[in-house]
Design a protein around this ligand. Structure first.
Ligand code: SF4
Length: 492
């Protein structure tokens, strides 16, 4: 009688880089014979892919590990593995604080997970493996992609910058660039599988090429993506304003499948604060890029990350941030209250801003940005948009429920499903925007066009469906979301 396959679950925290790494962890485990655990079942292996940049990340991890301890006791053979940035940072400390953990692996050791699990099982002893630098680019590892229609493609890992609030460089190491031919081969293979949209991923995509000596490499890569037949949407995250060249703006504007969407972290509008953050651009440079992007692509949606209350930030500095927000008219901003991150230079700086001051500034910033986001979304009313339908959690029994997807500029669009046509995640629909809400667009009228795609077929295949089903009803889509926290591993 054959042995039952061991089951696994990967729990992911943090940024898109981690989400993508988790796809690789799943791919590796499946390659080694594990199968994904059913949602309500206790897995044989639980993998934590951790993030070190969020507040209280370690408390949360040790809390979660504590919850699993009795579960593990009652389930002989169960294993727990901890990877990601917190593992890279805490290393052996994890098995000292939680001796029931079986494996600790670093950000450069993803490929070792199955072997480490096996070794821990055979020797009945915790395995800790943390490499200091990357030996092989993780793209060579197998991947279990979450979506059949949209995919992340890593072009670089690590970062050569030293922003004082960010722990990423010490945990992810120096920038390593993947060769363009390898990136394009992966994109082509994905398109061959039905993927319509790729997001090129790196801590600082504009620095791409620094390792192999071609500063124009990112613009060239975008243009080459434009030549891949069947690839409908190309996005990228995150660019650093310091390295942003006009060539990239030209490439975005002149390559039809590169979407007119830009997530460019501002962090602060004050040049003095930017200096303290060791961000080597100033307010005028940031606004200059925004102006040139708008001149080349008037329909571009620009989003950003902003930190409020960085040490030393005065009211006048904060007003500078509000000024940039008013000028740039971001479609969306991810706003964060500064809080100390152990291990970062900013945590030791004088001039920490009192919590209530940070809170008050934060509220003013959010109110201003909400107003702008809403005004910008209302400008979309009456526009016809092609929407890539996304998968979600919607009720399948309610025929009036809305479906959702992403517009070319990545705005979230809710639309009423057509009564006479099947629409699947991965298909394209054309709709007319009837209402712009603060955080999404609504198209309540009839769907003007449905384009069935290979991505939709691939989605259907994954569901194990043989016959067409009525409209699939959706909640929040997960594709193509803009970059995460400024202190996340992605978000230059
Ligand atoms: S914030 Fe971005 S650019 Fe700055 S060090 Fe961190 S990853 Fe690098």
């Amino acid at each position: 009688m054959s042995e039952r396959a061991r089951t696994y679950e990967v729990r992911t925290y943090g940024c898109q880089m981690n989400v993508h790494d988790s796809e690789r962890l799943s791919g590796l485990l499946e390659g080694a014979g594990y199968v994904r655990a059913a949602e309500d079942a206790t897995p044989d292996v639980v993998v934590f892919n951790t993030c070190a940049v969020r507040e209280n990340a370690d408390n949360r991890l040790y809390g979660n590990l504590g919850h699993l301890r009795p579960v593990k006791r009652s389930r002989p053979g169960m294993q727990i593995a901890v990877g990601g940035c917190l593992a890279q940072k805490d290393r052996g400390e994890i098995v000292r604080r939680a001796p029931w953990v079986d494996v600790v692996f670093g950000t450069h050791n993803i490929g070792s997970l199955p072997v480490l699990l096996e070794r821990a099982r055979v020797h009945d002893e915790a395995q800790v493996e943390i490499a200091e630098s990357l030996e092989a680019f993780p793209s060579t590892l197998p991947t279990r992609r979450e979506s059949p229609y949209a995919a992340w493609v890593a072009i670089s890992v690590g970062c050569n910058n030293t922003c004082t609030f960010c722990i990423v460089p010490s945990l992810r190491g120096k920038e390593r660039d993947r060769r363009p031919g390898e990136v394009l081969a992966e994109v082509e293979a994905l398109v061959g599988e039905g993927v319509l949209e790729v997001t090129l991923l790196g801590q600082n995509v504009n620095a791409y090429g620094v390792e192999f000596g071609d500063r124009g490499a990112f613009g060239k890569l975008l243009r080459s993506c434009g030549e891949i037949s069947g690839l409908e949407r190309v996005r990228f995250t995150s660019p650093h304003p310091r390295d942003f060249t006009d060539d990239v703006i030209d490439a975005m504007a002149s390559t039809p499948n590169v979407m007119h969407q830009l997530h460019m972290p501002l962090q602060s509008g004050s040049s003095a604060v930017l200096r303290a953050m060791r961000r080597s651009y100033r307010q005028d440079r940031f606004l200059g890029i925004v102006e040139r992007v708008r001149a080349a692509m008037p329909d571009a949606a620009i989003s950003t990350d902003i930190i409020v209350g960085f040490p030393g930030e005065t009211e006048a500095d904060f007003e500078e941030t509000l000024h940039v927000v008013r000028e740039a008219r971001f479609a969306q901003a991810f706003t964060f209250q500064y809080s100390k991150r152990p291990g970062t230079p900013a945590a030791e700086m004088d001039g920490q801003v009192p919590k209530e001051v940070v809170q008050e500034r934060y509220e003013r910033l959010v109110a201003l940005q909400e107003e702008i986001s809403w005004e910008e979304n209302r400008k979309q009313e009456g526009r016809r948009l092609e929407v890539l339908v996304a998968e979600g959690e919607g009720r399948k029994d309610d025929a009036t429920a809305r479906m959702s997807g992403r517009a070319p500029d990545n705005r979230l669009v809710h639309f009423a499903p057509p009564a006479d046509a099947e629409v699947r995640p991965g298909d394209m629909v054309t709709v007319e925007v009837t209402y712009g809400a603060p955080h999404y667009l609504v198209a309540d009228g009839p769907v003007l066009d449905v384009r069935r795609t290979r991505a939709g077929d691939a989605w259907e295949l994954r569901q194990g469906r043989t016959a067409p089903a009525p409209g699939v009803l959706l909640g929040m889509p997960t594709i193509g979301a803009p970059a995460s926290s400024p202190r996340g591993a992605v978000g230059a």
